[in-house]
Design a protein around this ligand. Structure first.
Ligand SMILES: Cc1cc2nc3c(=O)[nH]c(=O)nc-3n(C[C@H](O)[C@H](O)[C@H](O)COP(=O)(O)OP(=O)(O)OC[C@H]3O[C@@H](n4cnc5c(N)ncnc54)[C@H](O)[C@@H]3O)c2cc1C
Length: 386
């Protein structure tokens, strides 16, 4: 079956849904494609940072998110393997919201503005013919072709799609590989605080979410946890036992049935890559260290930066080259510094000596730890002029 549209967005996570909504808002025929069915649980700390709010507002999505009753979070507490802790104020209130609820609500917002949603549909290839693209997909045994004037890659950090302009990322094989795992727990009392537990080989965050349960998400060195078992809960258990305070905290918590998810390998990026034959948004453009809690905010921001340029391209007022240059520059300007500081923070926090010294260093120089975390944050959204 063939579909003719103006734009295909590959990936119906946060960045894909948001850019699909923005383009459908401008009356473009937009196909939003995801290989999964929704709602689904996804590996994520489910901490929506304060910096996300201005972008949600610009995208017209504040009401969508507020209507899901996210939990308010005011502070972050870092708890180390040796027992020390630091408490950091957040630059504003953050939200705890499950991806199960949020991603489906964003799909609804996109379809209500007219985007077509194609779930359980895997993109298997992209071909460019002159000024148009053919996107090949598989839904079960059916092949569907989408013909479009523009294609936007919102496929997250773990996709392997062939496309003509794509150059494989040779650096990935040399990087540290991580495993991400998550579950929801019931039976835990939480203050309005994000709790981050550090231990040898990784860290785990506890974040209260809208239905009163608590999301636990961990990022772990793959090499260290490869023998921890095959189930998400056995991997999580191995991680939990590495921090005594975490083990005590979760002693009476009960994993919520069917909320577990895993992802591997996860590679973090030191530099953004917003264009590689195609415009990329979200994690496809930049994967920041999850301990910064800013990945969703960056996914939203990249969609907000890319959408007006995509609209200009479809209208004919912006060429493909101008789109690439302007978008690449905007992403570098906004993301390069948080990514760099995020990598540094990830590296520092993996060092046992840093974990040991940080609580006393933070007592003597409280602004130091604060400034380091602040350096990983996005600046408030400014409208893009072009
Ligand atoms: C352990 C961990 C903890 C994290 N914690 C936080 C946190 O607390 N706060 C925060 O802000 N960020 C956090 N993040 C990061 C955050 O989850 C991501 O930055 C965010 O999900 C990126 O959104 P996205 O839209 O780019 O990609 P995704 O949400 O990953 O969406 C990509 C979509 O593309 C689809 N797709 C891929 N390939 C294809 C294909 N071939 N065909 C069709 N569809 C395809 C996938 O099914 C997926 O739904 C965390 C990440 C990890 C690993």
């Amino acid at each position: 079956m063939n579909h003719d549209v103006d734009v295909v967005v590959i990936g119906g996570g946060i960045s894909g849904s948001c850019i699909a909504k923005a383009l459908a808002d401008k009356q473009w025929e937009t196909a939003l494609i995801d290989r999964r069915t929704f709602p689904r649980h996804k590996v994520c700390g489910e901490f929506l940072s304060p910096e996300a709010k201005s972008t949600l507002h610009a995208l017209g999505l504040t009401e969508t998110v507020v209507s899901l009753h996210p939990k308010r979070i005011e502070r972050a507490r870092l708890i180390f393997e040796q027992g020390g802790e630091i408490e950091l104020p957040l630059p504003g209130a953050a939200w705890g919201l499950s991806r199960y609820m949020m991603d489906e609500a964003l799909h609804t917002a996109a379809t209500q503005t007219g985007a077509q949603l194609h779930l359980a549909t895997t993109v298997t290839g992209i071909e460019q013919q002159g000024k148009s693209y053919t996107v090949r997909t598989k839904q079960g045994t059916d092949t569907k072709l989408f013909h479009a004037r523009a294609v936007i890659a919102a496929w997250g950090a773990n996709s392997r799609i062939e496309n003509a302009g794509h150059r494989p990322d040779a650096a990935a094989s040399r990087q540290q590989a991580y495993i991400g795992v998550k579950t929801h727990y019931s039976g835990l009392k939480m203050e309005p605080v994000l709790e981050m537990y550090f231990f040898h080989g990784g860290y785990l965050g506890l974040c209260p979410v809208e239905d009163g349960s608590v999301n636990a998400a961990a990022l772990l060195n793959r090499s260290e946890f490869v023998k921890a078992g095959k189930s998400v809960l056995s991997i999580l258990e191995a991680a939990i036992q590495r921090n005594r305070r975490l083990a005590e905290r979760l002693a009476t918590a009960v994993p919520v049935h069917d909320t577990q998810a895993a992802v591997a390998p996860v590679y973090l990026q030191h530099k953004p890559s917003p264009w590689n034959g195609l415009p990329r948004v979200g994690d496809a453009a930049a994967t920041i260290a999850p301990l910064c809690g800013d990945g969703m905010s960056m996914a939203l921001r990249s969609a907000a930066l890319c959408a007006p340029l995509a609209d200009g391209f479809l209208r004919g007022s912006v060429s493909l080259v101008e789109w690439e240059q302007c978008y690449t520059q905007a992403i570098r300007q906004e993301f390069a510094s948080p990514l760099r500081w995020g990598s540094l923070l990830q590296w520092l926090m993996s060092k046992p000596t840093v974990q040991q010294l940080l609580p006393s260093a933070a007592r003597f120089a409280p602004l130091l730890a604060n400034d380091l975390f602040r350096a990983t944050r996005l600046k408030p959204l400014e409208p893009l002029e072009f």
